[in-house]
Design a protein. Structure first.
Length: 216
């Protein structure tokens, strides 16, 4: 029962409609009516600009981190799992809340930023590797979706490599969940993948500095 309370609290935290709320408060618009129609940070950045998009990203990251640290440590009573497992479960609940928010009729974002926040709290080194991959993909392609999917798969792969070659141990549950999250995030990006295959995926060409360096 106590575990369910932790899970529910984390879900409700993750379901906080950051982009929709800020869009309505600051610009008087619903981001779901513009751009890709998604309630995530990427569409908020594209529709509302970086001054609103950046806070949306930071808040969405914080949702996952707070769930895995603060909510998981609330003294609600004994739970049948160890602290690391509880942190991962609370973070996962926040991700589910972000993707399927009860406040928005279960139509939310893709969960990348919130998952990143959870993983920063539970697996900081793999997340650092994923952040590097995300930045590199964004720099080369100018497409957030490419960076998001690549970063999602970098986390579980790097946990296995670190465990094998550096002796840095991560729980089996965490490794399994990072693989599951990678699959989940890939599935939530299925429309982006179809647009990528058709060459129709929106990009941020201003981030592709290398083209200016090469005069392209």
């Amino acid at each position: 029962m106590i575990l369910a309370v932790h899970f529910l609290a984390s879900y409700l935290l993750g379901a906080f409609p950051t982009s929709v709320l800020l869009g309505r408060l600051v610009r008087g618009i619903d981001v779901r009516d513009h751009g890709s129609g998604n309630a995530g940070a990427t569409n908020a950045w594209r529709v509302l600009g970086w001054r609103i998009g950046l806070p949306v990203i930071l808040i969405d990251v914080a949702k996952g981190a707070v769930a895995a640290t603060v909510v998981a440590r609330l003294p609600l009573g004994p739970v049948p799992v160890d602290p690391q497992t509880l942190a991962v479960l609370c973070g996962l609940a926040a991700v589910l809340g972000h993707v399927f928010p009860i406040y928005l009729k279960f139509r939310g974002g893709k969960g990348v930023a919130t998952a990143a926040g959870m993983l920063v709290a539970t697996a900081p080194i793999p997340v650092g590797c994923a952040a590097g991959v995300f930045a590199l993909c964004l720099f080369l392609s100018g497409r957030v979706s490419v960076g998001s999917i690549s970063a999602a798969w970098t986390v579980p792969i790097s946990t296995l490599l670190l465990q094998r070659y550096a002796g840095i141990q991560h729980s089996t549950l965490l490794i399994g969940l990072t693989f599951a999250l990678a699959v989940f995030i890939t599935i939530t990006h299925r429309k982006n993948l179809r647009r990528l295959l058709r060459g129709e995926e929106p990009s941020f060409p201003q981030l592709q500095v290398w083209k200016r360096w090469l005069g392209r």
